[in-house]
Design a binder for this molecule. Sequence first.
Ligand SMILES: [Mn+2]
Length: 330
Amino acid sequence: MTDSRAETLAHIRTTILRGQRFLISSHARPDGDSIGSQLAMAYALKSLGKSVRIVNRDPAPPPIQPFPGVDTIEIAEAVEGDFDAAIVLECSHPSRTGVSGLERYEIINIDHHPGNTMFGAINWFDEDAAACGEMVFDVIEALGVPLTPEIATHVYVAILTDTGGFHYSHISPRTFEICRRTTEAGARPQEVARLVYDSSTLGRLRLMGAVLSHLEFEAAGRLALVQISQPMLRETGGSLEDSEGLINLALTVKEIEAVAFFKQAEADAYRVSMRSKGDVDVGAVAKHFGGGGHKNAAGCTLQGRYDDIRTLIVEQVRHVLEARVRQEIG
Ligand SMILES: [Mn+2]
């Protein structure tokens, strides 16, 4: 542990120990890492006798909803009340929360997304963490809070989901050490995996069929393109939430190195999610279009007609695929 890391953790520890009322928020359209990190932190603070409210802009994704404490999360666009500090997890910028009013509080910013703007009174940013849940685990350890089954389960959910089931970059020996500790403390990998990955709906299965029948390829088959339109959602009975994780299907094919997934959010607005393997940096593509994310998992939102958006994205992904080839040769 570097000095600055130890100092930041000590600072977070002091701030939490001297406060009584805490607010915890995370990004809009939360994922397993945001929910798991928030609830692990909330359970830890409660075990220290603190009062905690979790406020998010959007509900937890359906597979995460059965986990303990998810029903205590408040859904709101604004927050008020007295808090000694607001803990913002998983956000490179406070606007990512979609919750207004946070700026009134002393913010503890804990995040692993590249480009974090260091917006907090205390900022702990670690781009090398495989999940924000790893960082929350470190905070809980620094606080001296024993791992309960609830805390352990949420840290495990955060890591499992944010590594795509131990697929993505930044997985380290520390990742498995934390998973070992959480499993020892009562997290049950088999049950968690069943809830997270095997609790699908029929609408999702039908949507998957429709999505796969529209699969397209570019860059000599190295880039797969997937799209979901509003008519597809109506015909299959699936929802945009049901499309969560569908993007990973195409990546299971050996030759495919990158996937771009176009979701029609409104008539002329597409949310573009991208995934890649190894050194193919789709994070750079998302950044180019004002979005964000990591090297292997990123996204952005583009306005316009599908064909135009598709052309723009394909061009940029080609660049990062070519950059990788040059690296291999060089
Ligand atoms: Mn994360």
